[in-house]
Design a protein around this ligand. Structure first.
Ligand code: TRP
Length: 457
């Protein structure tokens, strides 16, 4: 086992592990998706619901993933094989590995746009007289251009591969120790700028004032889905990262830290986005295109806007990169542990596969008639991947994991893992109740709701 640990890699410190896991969690989901979903779902009321789900569902599932990964010291497929030998549970791990490549393929497209926009901002390609309509046209043009779309996607995948090829401590841990503090500083800087804009107060009021009339079944579904996605749960990312964690560290405090940082960054992002929008008197329900359409138009009306704009897209790109490396690492860990591949070959081959799978997503904003409007439903191929893999698969994965830990591997086994190194797991009864009943039932209810209302998208 000692030997295996050396070959697989390990975090050099608890802090490095927390930064890496928080880096995985903090991503486009926080800065790009969280604000606009909040805007569409009743502002403060949605935020409260989201916080509740982070604590009662996200945190227990993260504890479960860390514990399963560390107990087996394996990738998701291997972890289920070790903890439930001669069963078909390992298929859940396989689903996770496939999900990793699937999410990576479309996430890198959006991440690529952030890099493209970083350069556009830096070069001052937007004029201060640009109207939102013109900014929308610019974005459509940019995303539709196949050379841009594919080029930046591949560039981003390449960056991801370089970090992962470096290994757990020398590649991932070293890079997040640089990137996470930078991300935090950029975010603080941008928030100060946003809050000092004239009219920022209206944005804050909109963001924080709970509108309970907007809470419906659909809102609850969105809040849970967003919590799982944002915390990188449901597909073995945290399991894989947990497998490199030293036995003497506390899983409970580490997972609490990661949940806290992820939520903090999401809430902070709201303080950047809403004041900016309201100061410029732009309708807040901009939807997914918000950050690529509305913000560029705004930045160029500000003093030093070119620099703030570039800083904003750099922030997005960094947040995305610390997430894509975690997505790639799941598959790499699988090939290294189970198939005895060398890390570098594993990273290269998986990146190549992700690059091929990314093509329909990258090209789904262009003129190809089918990819940008699947079945006449007005959704692009990228949207489809996001809904299918990013929503359904993760939720199913989280459900299966809670059943596995609650009923197959068992609460006592988990408790033993958490209590390694002479610790005590004080809240384990509460944890047992949450993982055995609350998590699976909540997820089942959500699926029932989706089926009953036929709100599949
Ligand atoms: N959590 C990241 C975000 O909010 C995305 C992400 C990275 C992810 N790894 C994941 C989502 C694994 C689900 C599963 O942007």
């Amino acid at each position: 086992m000692e030997q295996a640990t050396v070959e697989r890699g390990a975090w050099t410190s608890k802090f490095g592990f927390i930064l890496a896991a928080a880096g995985s969690a903090v991503g486009l989901g926080n800065v790009w998706r969280f604000p606009y979903i909040t805007a569409q779902n009743g502002g403060g009321a949605f935020v409260l619901l989201y916080l509740l789900f982070v604590v009662i569902i996200g945190w227990p599932i993260m504890i479960a993933e860390f514990a399963v990964g560390r107990a087996a010291e394996r990738n998701p497929v291997g972890a289920f094989r070790v903890l439930a030998p001669k069963t078909i549970w390992y298929i859940v791990g396989g689903l996770g590995v496939a999900c990793g490549v699937g999410i990576l393929s479309y996430y890198s497209v959006v991440a690529g746009w952030t890099v493209g926009y970083f350069f556009k901002m830096l070069l001052g390609e937007f004029s201060s007289k640009m109207t939102p309509d013109q900014a929308a046209e610019t974005f459509r043009h940019f995303a539709a251009d196949p050379v841009n779309a594919v080029g930046y996607t591949f560039l981003f995948l390449g960056l991801t591969a370089i970090v992962v090829m470096g290994g757990v401590s020398q590649g991932i841990e070293r890079s997040v120790k640089l990137m996470m503090p930078l991300l935090f500083i950029l975010l603080l800087l941008l928030i100060v700028r946003a809050l000092t804009l004239e009219g920022a107060g209206a944005g804050i009021r909109f963001y924080l004032k709970p509108d309970f009339s907007k809470i419906s079944g659909g809102t609850v579904v969105m809040a849970l889905g967003q919590a799982l996605f944002s915390l990188s749960l449901g597909m073995g990312t945290m399991m894989t990262y947990g497998s490199y964690l030293n036995k003497k560290e506390s899983i409970i405090t580490a997972s609490a830290d990661v949940c806290f940082y992820d939520t903090l960054i999401a809430v902070m992002a709201g303080f950047l986005i809403f004041p900016t929008l309201f100061a410029m008197k732009i309708d807040s329900t901009g939807g997914p295109g918000l950050v690529f359409v509305v913000l560029p138009a705004i930045f160029h009306k500000m003093f030093l806007g070119q620099l703030f704009g570039a800083a904003f897209f750099l922030l997005l790109a960094i947040a995305a990169l610390t997430s894509t490396i975690s997505l790639l690492e799941v598959g790499v860990a699988y090939l290294v542990d189970e198939r005895k591949w060398r890390r570098r070959s594993a990273a290269l081959v998986l990146t190549l596969i992700a690059a091929i799978v990314s093509l329909p997503s990258a090209l789904s904003f262009g003129t190809l008639p089918h990819l940008n409007d699947l079945w006449g439903l007005g959704i692009t191929f990228l949207d489809l991947m996001n809904i299918l893999v990013g929503n359904y698969f993760l939720t199913i994965g989280a459900f299966l994991l809670s059943v596995f830990v609650g009923y197959r591997w068992g609460i006592q086994a988990l408790r033993r893992e958490v209590e390694q190194g002479g610790r005590r797991f004080y809240g384990y009864r509460v944890f047992a109740f949450l993982i055995r009943f609350v998590c699976p039932v909540a997820i089942l209810m959500i699926f029932a709701y989706i089926l009953a209302t036929k709100n599949y998208f």
